[in-house]
Design a binder for this molecule. Structure first.
Ligand SMILES: C=C(O[C@@H]1C=C(C(=O)O)C=C[C@H]1O)C(=O)O
Length: 185
């Protein structure tokens, strides 16, 4: 039985959108590939937006997750719209970058990361990768623990942001409630 606790994210196989033949139909496809702040898009869909921190810590991750850095600061949150969790988000920041912007990252708290990343041109959005997750994975178990049945694969994306000569990675999984709501937009 998978231990359901932070860190929830796990080594996931991500693909460039061109490699995936069965991307979901719009509007979910548009949300997956959007280059603007997800926080701003989500806030338009609710009256009350909230960030719930699941965990923040410096971890030694698997090589495929560590992009060459010996230690990574990991932040995992739920983005909650009018009381319903829509997004599981996981941010990976290499130690070298954390040192440069320690106060900003460690001081985020329940403010959305997007407010930092999109407040300055210093963070340059980069490529987007996508993945979909079956019901067996740890994030699906997290969705089930949030009383959201996983009746179809969950879609997620991973975005790279460059700062100086470092990069951070932000991945977001659209939970069932989000996929159902977006399908009706
Ligand atoms: C990167 C953004 O910030 C969002 C907020 C996050 C957080 O607070 O940890 C993480 C990922 C994003 O969903 C964005 O708004 O696009």
């Amino acid at each position: 039985m998978t231990r359901l606790s932070f860190p929830y994210g796990e080594s996931i196989e991500w693909f460039s959108p061109e490699q995936i033949s069965n991307l979901p139909a719009p509007p979910l496809k548009d949300w997956l590939l959007s280059t603007c702040s997800l926080t701003q898009k989500l806030k338009k869909q609710c009256a009350h937006f909230e960030v719930k921190i699941l965990g923040e810590d410096t971890l030694s991750l698997q090589p495929e997750d560590s992009f060459g850095s010996e230690t990574i600061w990991v932040r995992e949150v739920l983005l909650i719209l009018d009381g319903t969790p829509w997004i599981f988000a996981r941010t990976l920041i290499p130690g070298r970058l954390l040192e440069k912007k320690q106060q900003e990252f460690l001081g985020l708290g329940v403010r959305p990361l997007g407010e930092l990343l999109y407040s300055t041109d210093a963070f340059i959005p980069g490529r987007i990768e996508v993945a979909h997750f079956e019901a067996c994975c740890k994030i699906a178990k997290l969705a089930e623990s949030l009383q959201q049945d996983v009746t179809q694969p969950l879609w997620g994306r991973r975005r790279y942001f460059q700062y100086d000569n470092e990069q951070l990675i932000v991945s977001e999984v659209f939970l069932p409630a989000a996929q159902q709501a977006i399908a009706k937009l």
